[in-house]
Design a protein around this ligand. Structure first.
Ligand code: ADP
Ligand code: MG
Length: 213
């Protein structure tokens, strides 16, 4: 699962490299080594790798590299199938952002009261992590605007489609500018994922680690 490549082979800031070292991430996992060079070049990427292969840091490093912290507006959004997964992703993003000051990450998931989410949105955020249903609700109510989003991540895309989020995802995507980077992460790659990729991505590169081949 580990590659022998160090993160320092990538064009990343000193803060991000220092933080990765402090988290004990000494070398990249295979999926990170294969996807990050494309992600950092702003390409659309499909990454297929099993659970535990380090997919969160693969897109998380890309998100932090591209984030303009001084511009306090929603620039990046990560869609996850469940609240538990969204919480895990937000936690990992906060760990990765430890040395990048004042990055505001907001989770928006179903099963949580709407009012506090609306008030948090009024205070603003840089990155939204959430489940498709609740994000669609916020868009419908006008409590969330995605006009300034430049990066969209579909995490565990296969599970999201299995859970019936196909239409919600497309509705959300229709609220995001066309000129964006779209990253699709999935443990499996059935036909419906391929079809989704064609609808939401542009000239995507597919990356897989050896053991998933
Ligand atoms: P996935 O999304 O592919 O299931 P995760 O992103 O949840 O995997 O990562 C699995 C675990 O591996 C997490 O505990 C994470 O902190 C750790 N991890 C990720 N990248 C590295 C790395 N380069 N070196 C060491 N551990 C890592
Ligand atoms: Mg994951």
């Amino acid at each position: 699962m580990q590659s022998n490549l160090s993160f320092s082979t990538l064009p990343l800031s000193k803060e991000i490299l220092k933080n990765l070292a402090s988290l004990g991430y000494s070398s990249m996992t295979q999926i990170q080594a294969r996807s990050l060079p494309h992600i950092l070049k702003n390409r659309d990427v499909i990454a297929k790798a099993k659970t535990g292969s380090g997919k969160t840091a693969a897109f998380g490093i890309g998100l932090l590299d591209k984030l303009d912290v001084k511009a306090f507006r929603i620039q990046e959004i990560v869609l996850c199938p469940t609240r538990e997964l969204a919480d895990q992703v937000a936690k990992e993003l906060r760990r990765l952002a430890r040395f990048t000051h004042n990055v505001k990450i907001l989770t928006l998931c179903g099963g949580m009261p709407f009012g506090p989410q609306r008030r948090s949105l009024e205070h603003g955020a840089h990155i939204i992590v959430g489940t498709p249903g609740r994000i669609q609700d916020h868009l419908g109510k006008g409590t969330l605007l995605l006009d300034n989003v430049h990066t969209l991540v579909l995490d565990e895309a296969d599970r999201m489609l299995d859970m019936g989020f196909h239409d919600a995802i497309l509705k959300i995507v229709s609220n995001i500018p066309k000129l964006r980077q779209t990253l699709l992460f999935s443990a499996t790659f059935p036909k419906n994922i391929e079809a989704m990729s064609k609808k939401v991505q542009n000239d995507a590169v597919t990356v897989i680690p050896d053991e998933a081949a």
